[in-house]
Design a binder for this molecule. Structure first.
Ligand code: AVJ
Length: 331
């Protein structure tokens, strides 16, 4: 043959396990009949939710994205220099992948890079991939539309080169510390000594700074939280009156986590047609919608150690709000 057909620069793999619609319905039914009521933060990210989250990342109060970007700007070349030859960059919860550009740019110096973003919202994967392919003519992308646990299965198959596994943006914060350790251990089980994992961790800090970051003056985070109810209205034929629920974010210092709630401002009944459910709310009753764990250095070390990972290097932003940790398997 006169040279084989060129590899396409973009492929999309869909690994959405079951019926995502049925899963949403059964999770909503379970969460709204539980005591206390709760909904899973993974359902924040539909089209509107993904846009609202991108807007959160630009808010003056939401320092996390800027702090992490600052660290990547300063240290992307150093991180890239730890790899010899072609690499695969795998990102868990890639979102719009704006920060990832900094790493890809630093890595794309005389080597081939395959980027494997894993995200639950397929349109965001397609948009960010199109943007990256335009910017980087030598980049190859295998986008994986999947939840974390399905994405992990794909991790095992991407093993022909040294890998840099990214879990940025304090995405680890949605897990309890035990869940985070267990999840990192599963990733650790797929790693070779040449692989590295880069984890973005938000640090414990003053309550006022944390609570402002999750309850901004412009009300974007409130809209993001309330979008969960809008999504139930659209997709499950619900009749939530969004004006009768309020956003609340409180820092639970003992547990080191921001807790987000939606609070019913009055006694009310809500009907969700598709699941044949009427939910009764008392005035002031809450739906717990998200936890965002914050870490001390000792807590980071404990989670890494429990996962069988070694904390090779770490970097902070100048204001000391956020940390990136480069982890490897123990020799
Ligand atoms: C995407 C989970 C990292 O917890 O900071 C932002 C989500 N929620 N504002 C976070 C979020 C409210 C965010 N993570």
């Amino acid at each position: 043959m006169m040279g084989s057909a060129p590899m396409p620069r973009f492929r999309l793999v869909e690994l959405t396990g079951g019926d995502p619609f049925a899963e949403f319905a059964s999770d909503v039914a379970a969460g709204l009949t539980a005591k206390p009521k709760h909904l899973s933060c993974r359902y924040f990210y539909d089209g509107d939710g993904s846009r609202l989250f991108a807007a959160i990342c630009e808010l003056p109060e939401y320092y996390l994205t800027r702090a992490e970007t600052e660290i990547l700007q300063r240290h992307a070349r150093e991180i890239a220099s730890l790899f010899v030859g072609d690499v695969t960059v795998i990102e868990l919860g890639s979102g719009n992948a704006v920060k990832t550009r900094l790493l890809l740019e630093a890595l794309l110096t005389g080597r081939r890079v395959r980027y494997v973003p894993i995200d639950i919202w397929r349109p965001v994967l397609e948009e960010s991939a199109a943007d990256l392919l335009r910017r980087f003519p030598l980049l190859e992308i295998v986008a994986v539309a999947a939840e974390y646990h399905e994405g992990l299965r794909h991790l095992r198959s991407e093993s022909d080169r040294p890998r840099l596994i990214l879990w940025l943006g304090s995405n680890i914060g949605n897990f309890t510390r035990e869940e985070a350790a267990a999840f990192l251990r599963r990733i650790q089980g797929t790693m070779t000594p040449a692989d590295r994992m880069l984890v973005g961790v938000d640090l414990r800090k003053d309550r006022a700074i944390l609570e402002a970051a999750y309850d901004d003056a412009a009300g974007v985070t409130a809209a993001f939280n309330l979008n969960l109810l809008a999504r139930i209205n659209h997709e499950l034929d619900g009749n939530f009156d969004l004006s009768a629920f309020q956003h609340r974010a409180i820092y639970n210092e003992d547990l080191g986590r921001i807790e987000m709630y939606l609070v019913s401002t009055r006694a009310q009944n809500v009907t969700i047609g598709r699941i044949g459910l009427t939910v009764r709310f008392a005035a002031g009753e809450t739906i717990h919608t998200e936890n965002s764990y914050k870490y001390s250095l000792a807590e980071i070390q404990a989670v890494a150690t429990a996962a069988g990972l070694q904390d090779e290097r770490s970097w902070q932003d100048a204001a000391g709000r956020f940390e990136l940790h480069l982890l490897s398997i123990r020799a």
